[in-house]
Design a protein around this ligand. Structure first.
Ligand code: NDP
Length: 247
């Protein structure tokens, strides 16, 4: 069923991995989807093509969401193109894994800018638009690492934990305008980001997952679609899609 027919969506970092899966899922439900990317133009265009084959509209927009003007410009471009911004999925994220001893200022800054500041920039640009519409569905992709912490990921864990805190606060402010704000905290999910983890470490990690396998991007995408489509009375929550690795 095309339950998002007539709705417009932005997916940051929609060119691959979890973002790509979410863009396709929303497109398959009939939404018009703006696929944001930073460097991967061809990949983003391929996602747009797949969505168009599903008979939904798609736009590809280059922007580094860690930069305030570009992130806000992304939101405003979608409003100009389609007249509304109904759904905002803050998915773009990076890692710069190092132990604290080796972590440099630039590793800290880039991760915080991309994973956390971006969420403030896009939400602050979308808020007035959604407020006027009296409708908005915002989903921020956090991580179980933001809940549990992780060796070698102080910067990443800090950014993802803060995304959850931001989500709960924004939900309290925006609820009165029928804008819901939720977070999804995926566990280890098979994407290019996760491929960077060395094989022997992946084997060790597997032993810690009750469901005894890594997650699929499509499983996170289904959760995002649930919050958007059926989550009218759900706000300020974190939905864990993690195979039980953190409870
Ligand atoms: P990938 O590395 O596979 O994809 C990341 C996406 O983000 C790409 O589309 C990339 O586009 C985009 N991106 C990165 N930086 C920017 C930027 N500054 N501006 C715009 N787009 C950007 O990652 P995943 O799909 O694995 O991760 C998606 C989200 O899920 C992230 O927030 C991640 O932290 C989170 N997550 C992932 C887990 C996992 O195990 N995979 C576990 C828990 C959370 P481009 O290549 O064009 O830069």
């Amino acid at each position: 069923m095309r339950r998002l027919e007539g709705k417009t969506a932005i997916v940051t970092g929609g060119s691959r991995g979890i973002g790509r899966a979410i863009a396709l899922e929303l497109g398959s439900l009939g939404a018009k989807v703006a696929i944001n990317y930073r460097g991967g133009k061809e990949e983003a265009e391929a996602v747009a093509k797949e969505i168009q084959q599903l008979d939904s509209d798609a736009l590809v927009i280059q922007a580094d969401v860690g930069k305030p003007d570009e992130a806000r410009g992304l939101v405003n471009q979608v409003k100009e193109a389609w007249g509304s911004v109904d759904i905002l999925i803050n998915n773009a994220g990076i890692t710069r894994d190092k132990t604290l001893r080796k972590l440099e200022d630039d590793d800290w800054d880039k991760v915080i800018q991309t994973n956390l500041n971006s969420v403030f920039y896009t939400v602050s640009a979308a808020q007035p638009i959604m407020q006027e519409q009296k409708f908005g569905r915002i989903v921020n992709i956090s991580s179980f690492v933001g809940q549990a912490g992780n060796f070698g990921q102080t910067n990443y864990a800090a950014s993802k934990g803060a995304v959850i805190a931001f989500t709960k606060s924004a939900a309290q402010e925006l609820g009165r305008y029928n804008i819901t704000v939720n977070a999804i905290a995926p566990g280890f999910t098979q994407t290019e980001m996760f491929d960077k983890v060395p094989g022997e470490i992946q084997e060790k990690l597997l032993t810690k997952i009750p469901l005894a396998r890594f997650g699929k991007p499509e499983e996170v995408a289904k959760a995002a679609a649930f919050l958007v489509v059926d989550g009218d009375y759900i706000t300020g929550q974190q939905l864990n899609i993690n195979g039980g690795v953190y409870m």
